[in-house]
Structures are given as C-alpha cells and as structure tokens.
Ligand binder design. Structure first.
Ligand SMILES: NC(=O)c1ccc[n+]([C@@H]2O[C@H](COP(=O)([O-])OP(=O)(O)OC[C@H]3O[C@@H](n4cnc5c(N)ncnc54)[C@H](O)[C@@H]3O)[C@@H](O)[C@H]2O)c1
Ligand SMILES: O=C(O)C(=O)C[C@@H](O)[C@H](O)[C@H](O)COP(=O)(O)O
Ligand SMILES: [Zn+2]
Length: 343
C-alpha cells in the first residue's frame, strides 16, 4: 500500500514527490477536461506547459492515436527513462498514459493522479495499462505499476453524477468479492448524494480489496481473475456499444455484466438467490439498460476475445457466495444467452 497515497492536499504531496526532478524532466498527460486540474495540482512545482500532452476525452480515445501523441511529445521534448510522466485523469488517461510510460524507451517513471471515482477505486491500481484496438477492450497492454498513486477525493467534487455511478459499479464488484458487510453498506448508500466521510471509507475499503488481490497475483495467472468478475459479459457490452458509437460508460456496462454473471453464479455455483435479486434490483434502479438480446450473437463473438479465455472457451469468474469466488469456469453459448436475458 506504500505506493498508494491518500491525501486532501495533492499539490503538497506532488511537490514532495517531485522534489529533485528537474522541471524539464516532468511530463504530464491529461484529457481535455482533466488538464484543468494541472495548474492547481502543480502550483508548488516548477513545470513546463509545453511538456503536457492533452488527449481527447472518452473511451474511443483510449487508442493508439492517443498513445502516439504522448510518445511524440515525450520524444520531441527530450524525455528520458529517469523522467516522470504524471497521468492526471480517469481510467482512460491512467490506462493509456501508463501504457505510454511503460513502453517509452522500454519504460520511464510514472505517477498517477486519478480524478474519477472509477480510477480511484480501480483503474489506477494494480498496474494493468493499455488501449483498445478495433473495438476490443484493452486488446494491447502491459502490466506495469506507477511509482505512486495519489488519491485525493476532493478532486471528485466536479465529477458528473453519471460518472460517479459508473465508478460505483466497480465498488459493487469489490463488495461481492469481499464480504457481506461491505456489500450491504454499498447497497444502502445513495450513490447520488453520498455523505463525504462515509464515502471516503467506502473508497478506502475498495482500494484495499483490490490491492489485496493484486498483491497476491500481479500478472493475473490465477486469483486476480476475480477482479474481472462482471467483465466477460460487461466488456462485450461495452465494446458493442462503442462500435455502435453509443456513449455507454465502462461501469454502466460492467453493472449489466454483474447481473448476468451473478445469474450464472446462482445457476452454476449456488450463489444465494436473495443476494442476486437485491444486487440486480439496485443495478436496475441506478444504471441504464442495454438491448442485449438484440445483439446476443455479436456479444458472444466479442466474448470469444476475452483475455482470460483458453482453448476450453469463454472463461468466467463466478461466485459461490459473497467473498467466495471460483475462477476458470467455462459456459456455453446457451447458458450465456440465458444469462443475458436477465439484464
Ligand atoms: N487498469 C485497470 O485496472 C482498470 C480498471 C477499471 C477500469 N479501467 C478502465 O478505465 C476506463 C474508464 O475510466 P473512467 O470511468 O475514469 O473514465 P474516463 O477516464 O473516460 O473519465 C470519464 C470522464 O470524466 C471526465 N473527468 C475525469 N475526472 C473528472 C473530474 N474530477 N471532474 C469532472 N470530469 C472529470 C473525463 O474527462 C471524462 O470525460 C476504461 O477504459 C476502463 O477499461 C481500467
Ligand atoms: O485489475 C483487474 O485485474 C481488473 O480486471 C479490473 C477491471 O475492473 C478492469 O476493467 C480491467 O482493465 C479489465 O482488464 P482486462 O484484462 O479484462 O482488459
Ligand atoms: Zn473494470
């Protein structure tokens, strides 16, 4: 956890972390919204606005074009391996910027300042970096941890409610993977008007759930596949929606994936039906739906690209109970279609 710093004064923390880094060796990547945070974040640091790469917002820009923009800026401005790339933004920026850092000159130093709920509780942690290719999620990527992750929940004040609800889906996943007490707290918390202190506690709990799993299996050989719960189907929904140029958010797609994969868990692993129904009801109340049955064949084709798959077929993490997961389960197209029908 030493890598993860919680603070309410991120500009002070950054000034300390960047002490000794020459101003011409500090580089920044942000998107068109989050670049607005840089003046305040770096108010105590001598930095050069020319050393900033600004990419367009949104999942469709988690792309090779954006990565190349970051690489070009680094190269033209004389970045070295010992330079620092500061990634300021949501999961799009930390995944894509982290990838750029992990490959520039085969790896340069990197620090994340996650500015969305989703990035603070999930995307900035654990070292998965990458970008999308031909509509497929994170098709290209590396495992590479930033040196530090600076989590400042005061940065979330400007986050639109829809983005906050999206991030909450990954917290629900963490609740399902950890214990009933945490899941219960999430299910009774109003995602629209969270009470600040309580919300900080929930964020810290999610960070520790993710961190505990990643520490045991950083390269996803085994139990880290638990963190992919909801994603076999969720990523297919997200890709389908991205290819159709709809604007579905990662967490919105994962929430629907959680419904379907919990249903499979009830059917295949005896997950308690009552908990499934409560989680489904919560997701139905707060998240937009998607016409999955209209796209069932496309979704199945997309699932065939899931990174967890091997020759046995489409690979699912399923749950036996809250906090008890089972990895490497293979489901048939018929089982998957029945699960999609529950969304
Ligand atoms: N590496 C991982 O382990 C991991 C985990 C979960 C998700 N992800 C990835 O994360 C991405 C989604 O991340 P996201 O939900 O943060 O989306 P995002 O990075 O696209 O940000 C969402 C929007 O919010 C804006 N924004 C960011 N911070 C803001 C703030 N404080 N105030 C106002 N607006 C703000 C952004 O500019 C953007 O328009 C997906 O690509 C997903 O695959 C990665
Ligand atoms: O950290 C992990 O491991 C996860 O699976 C977390 C997910 O929430 C995240 O969306 C991740 O990027 C998915 O990775 P992928 O390997 O399925 O592309
Ligand atoms: Zn995710």
């Amino acid at each position: 956890m030493e890598r993860i710093i919680f603070t309410t004064d991120s500009s002070l923390v950054l000034a300390e972390l960047l002490q000794g880094v020459r101003h011409d060796q500090l580089f920044v990547v942000a998107d068109k919204h989050t670049v607005g945070f840089c003046d305040k974040l770096l108010e105590k640091v001598n930095w050069m606005p020319l050393n900033v790469a600004v990419v367009d917002c949104g999942e469709e820009n988690k792309s090779l074009v954006s990565v190349a923009r970051v690489w070009s800026m680094l190269s033209k401005r004389g970045a070295r391996r010992s330079s620092i790339l500061l990634c300021v933004g949501g999961g799009m920026v930390t995944d894509m910027g982290g990838f750029a850092a992990s490959t520039f000159k085969r790896g340069m130093r990197c620090i994340y300042v996650p500015t969305t709920l989703l990035a603070q509780v999930d995307a900035s942690l654990g070292g998965k970096t990458g970008f999308n290719l031909d509509g497929l999620k994170n098709e290209i990527g590396t495992f590479s941890e930033p040196e530090r992750v600076v989590i400042d929940v005061s940065l979330l004040q400007t986050l639109p409610v829809r983005e906050r609800v999206s991030g909450y889906a990954e917290m629900l996943k963490h609740g399902l993977l950890s214990d009933m007490e945490y899941l219960e707290r999430l299910l009774v918390c109003d995602t629209n008007v969270p009470e600040r202190e309580e919300f900080l506690e929930l964020i810290k709990k999610s960070v520790s759930v993710k961190n505990d799993i990643v520490t045991q299996d950083p390269n996803e050989k085994g139990i880290r596949k638990a963190l992919n719960f909801g994603h076999t189907i969720g990523h297919a929904i997200e890709s389908c929606s991205m290819m159709r140029r709809e604007n579905m958010l990662h967490g919105e797609a994962i929430a629907l994936g959680i419904i379907a994969e919990l249903y499979l868990s009830v059917r295949e692993k005896g997950f308690p039906g009552e908990v499934y129904r409560r989680v489904r009801e919560f997701i139905k109340r707060y998240y937009p739906t998607y016409p999955v049955m209209e796209h069932a064949d496309t979704l199945y084709e997309l699932m065939l690209h899931d990174k967890k798959n091997d020759r046995k077929g489409v690979n699912f993490t399923l749950l036996e109970d809250v906090g008890q997961f089972s990895i490497n389960n293979y489901c048939t197209k018929e089982q998957i279609t029945e699960a999609l029908n529950q969304i």
